[in-house]
Design a protein around this ligand. Structure first.
Ligand code: M6R
Length: 587
């Protein structure tokens, strides 16, 4: 989703390069156009370009702009196609604004502004904010008064940063449901996440939903939604954030796959679950999206088996729309890497309005919006995850959920300690999986199969493949094949089957036989003992022997590597696959 940067320079330094560098750190969020605006001698200068940031950089080389206060934006189109004209910053005479989110009542606001003679030049919802602020400034209101009025009237989600040509050292910023962080250092700045501004500042302040702030050369004034001055806490920026480049790796995704043993180790070390938090809980409801939802699906098997608590898992984006009934004594668990996903945030809001359930959040990004609404908070210690395809955050989520599920089973908690080493061994399959990727690279469709806790993993394997290789892939519970999907099987469709030696092994083997009778491209992920009973026509990826309960964590790794290699063979930019955003901040 959109990324935002704003910098108020202290000296006469040109901030354009710094803005570009910060925008580069936001590229992972996903975008299709980008732009910058600065104030120079009381005038707003702007450059925008469609596509990747290098297009904007090229424009800036040919037609440079400079100024010591500026804003930048990477746009993930919602209202209006990704054209240069719709790219942010959006200008209305003396005001330039960047926006992440959706203004839901933009049509009414537009109608009203058009009546007052404002001419709309873009197809964006954001343009109403620019003209609205301009109208208030024209009527003699200050930037902070104009902002207060805008925020009273606007409905939807937003992170806004605006600059005003007649106030050359001032930025007005606001957020509601979309992330925005203020940074304090040599320069005062603002960004969509802490990493993006980590090279400009050493302290950051999070502000609350509905807050807005005036950032000047030397000070920041925070206001709450009632235009009352408030204080917001500053904290030192975490060293993790200043050291999260790609290093020697070709891609962030690969780096993050390889970081998994350490991410899991740290997650185990930094978390211990006190079983007391389950006292009186008679039901568990897990809410999440995408890969995090798959982690929740695995946890459901564990929770019911080991905690003996009935558990449901729901896709957060659907949850509130079916008016669900939340039973008393339900513990709600929200799983999220970014802690920003609007669907998960909305689902929590529904829970708050319709029950008195406690909400336990498992998040990777510290101080993120969802982390801040938790009753019980656990952080996965995966570190910054930049690759759009979630990898280390997923296995760290599984680790934390396992810690919760096994909190009364000391033996399993001990076994969990071995998982990082098993992950290290599994990573040695890198070259073998690279070869096997050739069996999939030309496919138009692929199927992933698993049973029990490995059924959610089949869904996850399929999701990884489709997001980064653009091959249509589906995950099925292996036993469901006969109920329909087996009609898809022919020699052209690769089938990836997750089949370690466990209590469902024989049944899964039967499902593999059924598939082999109709197709000939079957890849099986198994362990040494399992491999001995597999039909000879299958291609095998043999993993270390693992305790059955931890198979979902270990077997994630070959699935990630497979998707990664197939995507490389198909020349996809694995870290920035088309159309996708790392954090989904609009519904
Ligand atoms: O940040 P979250 O965990 O809440 O994000 C949820 C999904 O958007 C995310 O897992 C998405 O499916 C990933 N791109 C999958 O790789």
């Amino acid at each position: 989703m959109c990324g935002i940067i704003g910098i108020v320079g202290k000296s006469n330094e040109n901030v354009v390069d710094r803005i570009i560098r910060s925008l580069e750190k936001l590229e992972y969020r996903g975008y299709d156009s980008a732009g910058i605006a600065v104030i120079s001698n009381g005038q707003i200068l702007r450059q925008r370009a469609v596509g990747k940031l290098y297009n904007l950089k090229e424009k800036l080389i040919n037609e440079p702009i400079c100024g010591n206060t500026g804003i930048g934006h990477t746009r993930w189109a919602t209202h209006g196609k990704p054209t240069e004209n719709n790219a942010h910053p959006i200008i209305s005479k003396d005001v330039a604004i960047v926006h992440n989110g959706i203004i839901e009542n933009y049509k009414e606001l537009k109608f009203d502004l058009q009546k007052d003679g404002y001419i709309f030049e873009t197809a964006t919802d954001t343009e109403v904010a620019a003209h609205f602020l301009q109208r208030e400034i024209d009527q003699g209101f200050s930037p902070s008064e104009a902002f207060a009025k805008l925020l009273k009237i606007v409905e939807g989600t937003y992170a806004f940063v605006a600059l005003f040509s007649m106030f050359p050292n001032t930025l007005m910023v606001a957020r509601h449901r979309s992330p925005l962080i203020i940074g304090f250092g040599d320069n005062l700045c603002v960004g969509s996440d802490a990493n993006s501004i980590s090279s400009i500042c050493n302290e950051i302040a999070y502000f609350e939903d509905g807050d807005f702030a005036e950032i000047s050369k030397d000070y920041v004034i925070f206001f709450d939604k009632n235009f009352k001055r408030v204080e917001r806490k500053r904290t030192a920026i975490s060293p993790d954030l200043t050291n999260c480049g790609k290093g020697e790796y070709a891609h962030y995704m690969l780096k993050e796959i390889i970081e998994q043993p350490n991410a899991i180790r740290k997650t185990i070390l930094h978390n211990s679950v006190n079983a007391d938090l389950l006292d009186g809980v008679s039901r568990i409801l897990i809410l999440a999206c995408g890969t995090s939802y798959h982690a929740g699906m695995v946890a459901r098997y564990w929770f019911e088996k080991f905690l003996k608590i009935p558990t449901n898992v729901e896709i957060a984006s659907e949850y509130k729309y079916r008016n669900p009934i939340i039973e008393n004594r339900t513990l709600v668990i929200v799983v999220t890497q970014s802690g920003e996903t609007i669907d998960s945030l909305e689902a929590v809001e529904y829970v708050r309005k319709n029950s008195n359930s406690k909400v336990l959040v498992i998040a990777n990004v510290k101080n993120s919006a969802i982390a801040r609404v938790a009753d019980f908070l656990f952080y996965t210690e995966a570190g910054v995850e930049i690759g759009v395809a979630s990898t280390k955050a997923f296995t760290a989520q599984l680790t934390l959920l396992a810690g919760l599920a096994f909190c009364k089973h000391e033996f399993l908690l001990q076994e969990l300690q071995n998982v990082p080493t098993l992950c290290e061994e599994t990573l040695l399959l890198y070259e073998h999986i690279k070869k096997i990727a050739n069996d999939i690279k030309l496919a138009n469709n692929a199927i992933f199969l698993g049973r029990g806790t490995l059924y959610p993993l089949a869904l996850e394997g399929a999701l990884k493949l489709k997001e980064i290789s653009y091959i249509h892939a589906e995950g099925f519970a292996a036993g469901e094949m006969k109920h329909g999907p087996i009609a898809l099987i022919d020699d052209n469709i690769p089938i990836v089957c997750i089949c370690p030696r466990n209590e469902l092994f024989e049944k899964t083997i039967s499902n593999i036989q059924e598939v082999l009778a109709r197709g000939n491209n079957v890849i099986v992920l198994t362990d040494r003992i399992g491999s001995e009973s597999l039909p000879s026509e299958t291609e095998k990826i043999i993993l270390p022997n693992v305790h059955v309960e931890f198979a979902p964590i270990i077997y994630s790794i070959p699935l990630q590597l497979l998707a990664y290699h197939v995507a490389l063979l198909r020349n996809v930019d694995v870290d920035k696959p088309r159309n996708l955003a790392k954090s989904v901040t609009v519904e």
